[in-house]
Design a protein. Structure first.
Lengths: 196, 166
């Protein structure tokens, strides 16, 4: 029986020089194929990481701009709020020009009358400074030669201040004639800093 | 037509280089398009408007017809003189504009530099009449422009401020 089997094996797989060569060649080709697959895998990984890095670089640049834009938008929003306050009838000059405050109204609102408006203001503080000509020191109104109006101050701490330029105007009588005298000033609003 | 392995790899390499070049060019185009040199700003517009409506000490033709800066630009363009001992409108404008800009910018901690341009524009182009420039710009540039009607020509007022990097 053993003899028969060994004979059959020999028949099926004859041991010749030619067959040994083809087997060795098959092994070498198999190794080369594996190498090629490995090379391809590494190449795909390298290309993938390269594009990931390029993408990260691009996203970094893009989102840096978004951060700056958000900051600018926040500033513009604050300036719009300043415009809303400046154009309120409690402050606005009779001409109705935008960002133009009435000095007489400011004088009244920064005096004792301001107490009646305490619950009205949607902000923590409202101040107006005359900035030209540059004063040696700011003198609070009402006073002689005053240059600073404190319309409202809630006394809250952690207040973030936003400012913009406005015109403060009043009717002046000189040489028997009246005219509008306007001065470049700064409107400063305080809002509670929610970020802190 | 069978290429050998070296040729195939060269073609692949060139293809990758071309793809990367195209990607970089697209990136550069987008970057350049989204980063303008100068942006219009509401903040600077308000500053310019406050300057324009500021009443000066120059009265034309007589006291108390005091000119605002906006009127003064027009009077300077028409070579008018201020009443009394103030002098010519242009000399007064030059002197007072420098002073107001200096004082306003002094109250802004973030401003590194500023530039104010006064020019006249017609159908042909623009001609500069006055330029005030102070400081050295290293950060973001914000600007605003105003236009004053002066008959056949327009007077262009442009203010640029440079906000330093934080």
């Amino acid at each position: 029986m053993e003899l028969t089997l060994s004979f059959l094996e020999k028949k099926k797989f004859p041991r010749s020089r030619k067959n040994y060569n083809s087997l060795a060649s098959l092994r070498i080709h198999s190794c080369q194929g594996q190498m090629k697959i490995q090379q391809m895998a590494f190449m795909i990984l390298a290309v993938f990481f390269f594009f990931v890095l390029v993408g990260l670089f691009f996203l970094g640049i893009t989102f840096r701009g978004v951060g700056e834009s958000a900051q600018q938008l926040q500033m513009e929003q604050a300036l719009s709020s300043l415009e809303v306050i400046a154009d309120m009838p409690e402050f606005n000059y009779y001409t109705g020009a935008a960002m133009t405050l009435d000095e007489d109204k400011l004088r009244i609102m920064s005096g004792d009358f301001s107490e009646a408006y305490e619950d009205f203001w949607p902000v923590a503080s409202i101040k107006v400074y005359k900035v030209f000509p540059k004063p040696e020191s700011f003198v609070k109104c009402p006073a002689v030669n005053c240059n600073y109006f404190e319309v409202y101050d809630s006394g809250q701490s952690d207040v973030q201040e936003y400012s913009t330029y406005v015109s403060v105007c009043k009717r002046v009588r000189e040489s028997g004639r009246t005219y509008d005298r306007c001065e470049a000033s700064k409107l400063v609003l305080g809002v509670i800093d929610v970020l802190e | 037509m069978f290429w050998n392995r070296g040729q195939q790899e060269m073609v692949g390499f060139i293809l990758i280089v071309v793809l990367v070049m195209i990607g970089l060019m697209v990136f550069l185009v987008i970057s350049l398009r989204t980063s303008p040199d100068e942006a219009d700003s509401l903040e600077v517009t308000n500053m310019l408007n406050a300057i324009m409506s500021h009443t000066t000490e120059c009265a034309i033709p007589s006291v108390p017809n005091y000119e605002t800066f906006e009127d003064l630009f027009k009077s300077c363009y028409e070579n008018d003189d201020c009443a009394g001992t103030v002098g010519s409108a242009c000399d007064y404008l030059n002197e007072t504009l420098r002073a107001i800009l200096e004082d306003l910018m002094a109250s802004e901690a973030e401003v590194d530099a500023y530039q104010f341009d006064f020019s006249v524009a017609d159908d042909v182009g623009q001609e500069g009449l006055l330029r005030i420039f102070e400081g050295e710009c290293t950060g973001e540039v914000l600007g605003a422009q105003g236009r004053i009607d002066a008959g056949a020509e327009d007077l262009i007022i442009r203010l640029k401020i440079c906000r330093g990097e934080d």
